[in-house]
Design a protein around this ligand. Structure first.
Ligand SMILES: [Ca+2]
Ligand SMILES: [Ca+2]
Length: 341
């Protein structure tokens, strides 16, 4: 059995440094809603077989929402295959069992990555862990108030060592870019390009500014980050497949967890790059919030997207993702060049 080990955290976001440590926080991370308290939800068992997406041309991008989504241009993508749902903990556990892989969030933390003296770094942050959504007890517009670095949080323990184990049919979270790539190689797949993901998510629909309703996707109802009415049935992550699939038969493209794509991030699209675009080169990646990082594009929004915050639960919406740090609302799904075995 090969033992595959994730790369060290050579890319660490300044966000990690400014995140408060869990010990300094009065609140505790929220576990997913107890299934016994949920309204009746249609969460059928769904298969893992990838779906073929015929190539085509579509209007990629959006105007009138966030500036980074434009310009709209007719964009072609070729045929590809894509997972019908976000990669689940069950699927990732199969990978770990077969390879012995250890994720970045489980590895020792190198103090040198912070660029500061070890005595200036909170001790919690020198322990393996990940970023966990922790709702504040007062209204806030500052993400520092609801993201905490939680030692012991990783894909197996999404809310930290004292929390529940990861549920088999929920999407795997707390992975770094290298972890996703390692899983993709094991599955003979790859992360989709942003254009492929957006083409598959829009599924022939018109570009819309509409956010999905609570019966359409796992998002946040109420005033984020304080009031979570959970009228969609889930306070946090939902198992995959609880909401109706799109016209391609793909579940949870919008909402539940963000999905990382292969493209490097920079604000806006290159208007000339319309034939199976792959995003900017690494040298041209630019994440305004983390200028020192080569961030990736993530798509679809998450269970934390609300009408008053992060109106990015739409196919054309996009956000930059730190490649070296996982989070409790970020996952992925794979694409394939041909039908997988
Ligand atoms: Ca929800
Ligand atoms: Ca999703």
């Amino acid at each position: 059995m090969d033992r595959v080990t994730g790369m060290n955290r050579v890319l660490v976001s300044p966000i990690l440094i400014v995140l408060g440590s869990a010990a300094a926080c009065q609140q505790t991370p929220e576990a997913a809603t107890d299934a016994s308290t949920l309204p009746a939800m249609n969460c059928p068992e769904i298969g893992d077989d990838p779906v073929r997406i015929d190539g085509g041309t579509f209007s990629m991008g959006q105007t009138g929402m966030y500036a980074e989504e434009g310009p709209v241009r007719q964009t072609r993508v070729g045929e590809f295959w894509i997972d019908p749902h976000e990669v689940t903990n069950r699927q990732f556990a199969d990978f770990v069992a077969a390879t012995g892989y250890v994720t970045v969030a489980e590895l020792p933390v190198d103090p040198e990555q912070f660029g500061a003296s070890p005595e200036d770094i909170p001790s919690d942050m020198l322990e393996p862990g990940s970023a966990v959504f922790t709702p504040p007890d007062r209204p806030s517009n500052d993400y520092i108030d609801w993201w905490r670095y939680v030692p012991g949080a990783n894909w197996k323990k999404p809310y930290g060592a004292a929390g529940p184990n990861a549920a088999a049919n929920e999407p795997v979270v707390h992975l770094a870019w290298d972890d996703m790539v390692a899983y993709a190689r094991w599955k003979d797949g790859r992360l989709p390009s942003e254009a492929e993901w957006e083409f598959a998510a829009s599924a022939g629909g018109d570009t819309s500014r509409e956010q999905p309703g609570p019966d359409e996707a796992n998002s946040w109802q109420g005033v984020f980050p304080v009031v979570n009415e959970e009228t969609d049935g889930f306070k946090g992550i939902a198992p995959v497949g609880c909401y109706a699939p799109n016209a391609h038969g793909l579940y949870d493209m919008i909402g539940n967890v963000w999905e990382v794509t292969a493209d490097y991030y920079r604000p806006g699209h290159d208007p000339a790059d319309t034939n199976d675009p792959q995003g900017p080169d690494a040298d041209n990646a630019f994440d305004p919030q983390n200028p020192s990082l080569q961030s990736r594009v993530m798509k679809g929004g998450s269970y934390l997207c609300a009408p008053n915050y992060c109106q990015r639960y739409r196919p054309s919406a996009r956000q930059a993702r730190d490649p070296g740090l996982g989070a409790s609302n970020v996952g992925f799904r794979l694409a394939y060049d041909s039908k997988p075995d």
